[in-house]
Write a protein that binds this ligand. Structure first.
Ligand code: GLU
Length: 300
């Protein structure tokens, strides 16, 4: 008899932040998540992570949608915009009860406290508000109390990973001082609400995964399987991003097959020996190549 796990359908997603058009780095993440979903006959959902209203760029969401469409990466179901789902993050914050606490610290107070503790290099919150707000202080953000405990997970490529949340991360922000929901909370709430079974994304986020697993534990949500693919860097070794001046791979009239899809597949080290002249053939070949690659690479 098939077990529940065997019957569970693969649901993956691509979750771009609309802070600009997609560049080669985000195309690689989109492609890897799309190929993995297709290789598993799964669903591939699209979620706009548009919670940072200061960084959102007007029209970038539509540009991303058009680029994916032009590349033949068609998502399943409706697109979700995180900005329309804020009631879910509020509800999750309530569920966290006294695991969460209000924090009144400004960046300067945190930096000064680190200086006093001789921990200037540390990024870890020094715990100033952990045991209550100092009289007269006004709550600015919400943080999550983390345990002095090691969280482990197996990345499908990188293998076993571990992180001690207290000593390596510290109490992290759930709702920011500017009133915006933090990525860590929103991503966990949405991955659970959308039934995501497989997360495939850039390796720059591998460091966030233990935090997300801890939140899943507190919210009673299942932990998806994780696969982090290498990030594309520029000549200076910096991750491609809008901040490092990455250009849109879709300039409206360029040859997406040869100028974007083939280079992205090459970056993912897919062995595509054929030459293509159309996008549908590219995808059918790339899906097979992904299956072969993953079968040889996936850590047992
Ligand atoms: N929104 C994040 C980004 O664009 C990705 C989040 C995720 O895949 O978990 O980098």
């Amino acid at each position: 008899m098939p077990t529940e796990q065997m019957m569970q359908k693969y649901i993956g997603r691509f979750a771009p932040s609309p802070t600009g058009p997609l560049h080669m780095g985000s195309l690689v993440a989109a492609m890897a998540s799309y190929l993995d979903a297709k290789a598993h006959d799964g669903l591939w959902l699209l979620r706009m992570e548009d919670l940072d209203f200061d960084r959102n760029v007007k029209g970038a969401d539509q540009h991303i949608i058009n680029s994916l469409y032009r590349c033949g990466m068609i998502w399943d179901g409706d697109i979700h915009w995180q900005s329309q789902r804020q009631h879910l993050y509020e509800a999750a914050l309530q569920v966290l009860g006294d695991k969460r606490y209000p924090c009144a610290c400004s960046r300067k107070e945190i930096a000064d406290s680190r200086l006093r503790l001789g921990e200037t290099a540390s990024q870890i919150y020094p715990g100033i508000c952990r045991h209550g707000l100092t009289a007269g202080k006004i709550a600015r953000a919400w943080r999550l109390r983390v345990p002095d405990q090691i969280y482990r997970f197996k990345d499908r490529l990188a293998g076993m990973q571990e992180q001690n949340l207290a000593t390596e991360v510290g109490d992290f922000v759930l709702k920011r001082a500017d009133g915006f929901w933090a990525y860590q909370l929103a991503v966990v709430v949405d991955d659970a609400a959308q039934g995501i079974t497989h997360v495939v994304r850039g390796a720059d986020l591998i460091d966030s995964t233990a935090r997300q697993i801890y939140l899943q534990e507190l919210l009673g949500s299942p932990t998806p399987s994780y696969l982090h693919v290498p990030v594309v860097t520029n000549a200076d070794g910096e991750k491609l991003s809008k901040q490092t001046g990455a250009l849109a791979f879709d300039r409206g009239d360029n040859d997406l097959l040869h100028e974007a899809l083939m280079p992205a597949a090459q970056f993912l080290r897919l062995n595509l020996s054929l030459t293509f002249d159309d996008i549908p053939r590219f995808w059918s070949t790339a899906i097979q190549a992904w299956k072969v690659k993953m079968a040889s690479l996936e850590s047992p």
